[in-house]
Write a protein that binds this ligand. Structure first.
Ligand code: DQA
Length: 251
């Protein structure tokens, strides 16, 4: 599998990288949460922009990104506008989605953006092109908060992400049985065994999915989302716990 380098952080090799979602709704609260996150053993931060109160103000978004950038120093900043279709808060509007990400990319305040693979290609393709022109990496994602789709569906989505130019592929699904856990792991392993596959983030949500948040690396998953404070999805572990577990697995 390939690796991706962001601000000196190599994603796809070594320990899984720990990402902390920030789900606060105001700029001061986001800045405080970012400061707290930086005191923990984290690798990167995800700003869940779909929780932001001032989502329709470009100026407020850029001002907040600037403040987060200052607090985070060298830690990579991922920005995610999760739509209602995929379990987030953002009511998808094509032109606004495009504009928000375009402005963020051009600002050079963010290192990675998350684009959902199921949004229209008329949005995905121009964003991927612009991101790459501006050296911003693209995580392409897909979520199912209710079930785990069959392996063939998950594999097809990863292929679609790769073909659309993603730097990193990500799927987060809800396991409902031990067989679902095997589906997630075997999909991940199958991809990890490809010589030139892009790095993959495979996530199992909820109580049953915790085992994947912990041990997914063994099957080829390269980022785990953990909390410092509020969670952004069911089953996320505290960053301090994740970090200890990864240390133990790497002893
Ligand atoms: O896509 C993901 C993964 C996630 O849903 C999780 O289950 O950890 C958490 C989200 O914040 C992030 O954007």
């Amino acid at each position: 599998m390939r690796t991706v380098r962001v601000n000196g952080l190599e994603i796809g090799s070594g320990k899984p990288k720990i990402a902390v979602p920030l789900v606060e709704t105001t700029t001061p609260a986001l800045v405080d949460a970012a400061k707290r996150a930086c005191q923990e053993p984290i690798d990167m931060v995800e700003w869940r922009l779909d929780f932001f109160d001032n989502i329709h103000s470009n100026a407020a978004i850029l001002e907040t990104a600037r403040k987060l950038r200052q607090v985070l120093g060298g830690h990579p900043l991922l920005v995610t506008l999760r739509t209602k279709e995929e379990g987030g808060n953002y009511h998808f509007q094509l032109t606004e989605y495009l504009r928000i990400y375009q402005e963020l990319i051009k600002s050079h305040l963010v290192d990675l953006i998350d684009i959902e693979v199921l949004r229209p290609t008329t949005v995905i393709l121009p964003l991927v092109r612009l991101a790459h022109e501006e050296q911003v990496k693209v995580i392409m994602s897909n979520h199912d908060f209710c079930r785990t789709p069959p392996a063939a569906v998950l594999q097809a989505r990863i292929e679609q992400m790769t073909n659309l130019g993603a730097d990193i592929a990500k799927f987060a699904v809800m396991p409902r049985s031990r067989e679902d856990l095997l589906t997630i792991l075997s999909t991940s392993l199958h991809h990890a065994d490809l010589a030139d596959g892009i790095p993959l983030v495979a996530i199992g949500m909820g109580q049953q999915g915790k085992i994947i948040r912990i041990g997914g690396e063994i099957f080829g998953s390269c980022i785990s989302f953990g909390t410092v404070g509020k969670a952004s999805a069911p089953g996320q572990l505290a960053v301090t716990e994740l970090s200890k577990i990864f240390d133990v697995l790497h002893e």
